[in-house]
Design a protein around this ligand. Structure first.
Ligand code: MSP
Length: 507
């Protein structure tokens, strides 16, 4: 079976990681773990984008070589992945030899086939955005702030024949209406393509920038950073190696909405088409974490350091928060109050409480051995049908990458288990010596254990550590395949559970 090949954007090596970077890696990780739980093997790649002017300037300011600055930043990003429990199979850095070789090979091939040509260009150039600008980029006659200092330059450069593929791309988007998710983003790309599409300048003269991959056919130039960075997706799939067809085409590129059009939705499909390579199957563009309403970014300064929260609450709480709080595709404002309230309510009161009181009851009433249930009545049937509904809806939502809504369904089910306990009152039944009450107590505990086992199975992708801890208490091994694990079958009846555990201590 071909692996589900899944990538994230590769982060710029020009600063420390923040919440936005962390979120994207978690989103991709949750997708990867969900696919695995659905029985599909995955190949999940993330990495670091190391070339370009900003990286070179950053190194100059620090008085170090760009490579050693990148090495340090790579460690920082990799450490974050580790702390967030990201299960990537590969980490690609664009300064690696394997990548430089692939970029050179692709450039040479495109040059040989006349897809790249040299021309003199006069125009406006933004240092900050590392790109040439056109009149249409002005807003009210001025260059917007995002471009920083804009200068007029004339120079010889190499161009990739992007423009000639415009009609082809429009047709491709029409034929593949689900290429970009959410779908309104695909419409934006179509709108973007209604404007003239110029050829893409893919070179930077070495006098201006040395920190890049040299053009194989003209050593006086290095490759434009986006042309270099996008190629990482085929490098990591083993381009020109025997294993390439095992991974390519990518099944999903996960990226932020800021880098959809033009890089991922226009340059990349056209680059692949020009190289006679298959296009990725889908691109998922997520929204932004904002702080005081503005995109959280290094330049605005107001960033959230994910490590602080992970160190205090653990990676699963952080993962749960970002996945629950942000509807994929939309923006979300970060607030510590929201974070704390999700921790207290969804995790502490609902899930944590259920686990600790259920294990406590099972230990004190039955020495930890899950009792056999007796005949099921209305409350059990209601809970079972709630499970069927929550399972169906959340699996469907997870499959569409709607994790926030899927987790909402799951939280609803966890609350239903607590509600069931409040109706059956096992702590009261335990005090009764009546035969009927003792039977009801057994049914109640057995039902709650089964409901918890099932709810926990659905948590595997978002909270892998909590999932493992709960399974360990229930005497189960790790959930690997949902097709086997999601049916209500009271498989734990007669099994020994472990003592209670406090998963989310009060802060
Ligand atoms: N290096 C390029 C990507 C090249 S991919 C071939 C880049 N790097 S970045 O570091 O600026 O951003 C990396 C990813 O993080 C992007 O997908 C970007 O959208 C995402 N985020 C950066 N800030 C963000 C938020 N405030 N919120 C959510 N994600 C955002 O772009």
């Amino acid at each position: 079976m071909k692996s589900f090949y899944l990538t994230t954007a590769i982060d710029y090596a020009n600063g420390s990681p923040h919440l936005g970077h962390a979120y994207e890696k978690i989103l991709a990780d949750v997708i990867s773990r969900t696919k695995k739980a659905m029985g599909q093997p995955t190949h999940f790649v993330t990495g670091l984008d190391e070339h370009g002017q900003k990286v070179q300037q950053g190194a100059e300011q620090e008085g170090v070589e760009p490579q050693s600055r990148c090495d340090r930043i790579a460690e920082e990003f990799k450490n974050l992945l580790d702390k967030l429990n990201i299960s990537n199979d590969d980490y690609i850095r664009t300064s690696e030899t394997r990548h430089k070789k692939v970029v050179s090979s692709i450039l040479q091939d495109l040059f040989d086939r006349g897809e790249i040509y040299q021309a003199e260009y006069s125009g406006f150039y933004s240092m900050r955005a590392e790109q040439f600008l056109q009149e249409k980029d002005k807003v009210d006659g001025e260059w917007p702030e995002i471009f920083g200092e804009v200068t007029e330059i004339t120079e010889k450069n190499y161009f990739f024949k992007l423009g000639k593929y415009k009609e082809w791309l429009l047709q491709f988007l029409e034929d593949n209406p689900n290429f970009i998710l959410p779908s309104h983003r695909q419409n934006q790309v179509v709108e973007f393509l209604k404007e003239p599409l110029n050829d893409l300048c893919i070179s930077r003269p070495k006098e201006r920038l040395t920190w890049g991959i040299p053009l194989p056919f003209d050593k006086g130039y290095v490759t434009y950073v986006w042309f270099d960075a996008l190629v990482n997706y085929v490098t990591a799939a083993g381009f020109e190696e025997d294993s390439f067809p095992d991974f390519w085409p990518a099944d999903l590129h996960v990226i932020g909405k800021d880098i959809l059009a033009p890089p991922h939705a226009v340059y990349w499909p056209i680059m692949l088409k020009a190289c006679n390579l298959e296009l990725p199957k889908q691109i998922l563009a997520h929204g932004w974490w904002t702080s005081s309403g503005a995109k959280m970014s290094k330049s605005t300064g107001e960033t959230v350091d994910p490590l602080e929260l992970v160190n205090e609450y653990g990676s699963d709480v952080f993962r749960y928060f970002v996945m629950r709080e942000m509807k994929v595709g939309q923006d979300a404002e970060f607030s510590l109050e929201r974070f704390e309230s999700r921790y207290r309510a969804d995790l502490g009161n609902d899930l944590g409480n259920l686990v600790s009181r259920l294990l406590h009851m099972c230990t004190s009433y039955f020495e930890g051995i899950v009792p056999e249930h007796f005949s099921l009545s209305e409350p059990e049937n209601v809970l079972m049908s709630k499970w069927e509904e929550a399972k169906e809806k959340s699996l469907d939502l997870f499959a569409q990458f709607q994790f926030s809504q899927g987790l909402d369904e799951l939280s609803g089910f966890i609350r239903s288990i607590n509600k069931y306990a409040d109706e059956c009152l096992p702590w009261k039944l335990a005090k009764s010596t009546e035969e009927k009450d003792q039977q009801n107590l057994k049914t109640c505990i057995s039902t709650m254990v089964e409901a918890l086992r099932l709810a926990n199975a659905l948590l595997v992708a978002v909270m892998p550590e909590v999932h493992t801890k709960i399974n360990e208490r229930l005497g189960l091994s790790l959930t690997e395949d949902w097709t086997k694990d999601l049916s209500w079958d009271n498989r734990l009846n007669g099994k020994q559970l472990k003592e209670k555990i406090i998963l989310f201590p009060r802060k």
